[in-house]
Write a protein that binds this ligand. Structure first.
Ligand code: CU
Length: 133
């Protein structure tokens, strides 16, 4: 008895054309730090792209401050600051921020060195945060 295998050669491929993410890039001025609008709180800007932060080491003053998290990538990212290199003791996080969005978050850190990462891309996106006067 003979087995015959018939293959149909027609394979339809459909391509989902991803919409090109927001056309042009804004020549945005990236302020890494400065006095807040109320004059007392320092603001720091962290920019995420796919898949990196714009800083390897973010220097901040201890105490209360504002992190402006600017996600210029397409993916969702976080900027999460941990007290330990094993990333088990979370100090502060921006939470999830969708691609193309920007948000501000109240942070409070005592003096010290911290370990930051994106919780969604923990091996690709890391940085350190140093809080010192
Ligand atoms: Cu990420």
């Amino acid at each position: 008895m003979k087995l015959r295998l018939l293959m149909t050669g027609a394979v339809a491929l459909t391509f989902a054309v991803a919409m090109a993410a927001c056309g042009g890039e804004d020549p945005t001025d990236l302020e890494s730090e400065g006095a807040g609008s109320d004059g007392s709180t320092f603001n720091y800007t962290v920019v995420a792209t796919d898949f990196a932060f714009n800083v390897d080491e973010l220097k901040v003053k201890p105490g209360d401050f504002i992190i402006e998290f600017d996600n210029q990538g397409d993916q969702t990212h976080t900027f999460s600051v941990y007290k330990d290199a094993g990333y088990t003791d979370l100090a502060e996080t921006t939470g999830n921020l969708n691609g193309g969005e920007r948000n501000q978050h109240d942070f409070s850190l005592e003096a010290g060195t911290y370990f930051a990462r994106c919780d969604i891309h923990p091996t690709q996106m890391t940085a350190s945060v140093v809080a010192e006067e």
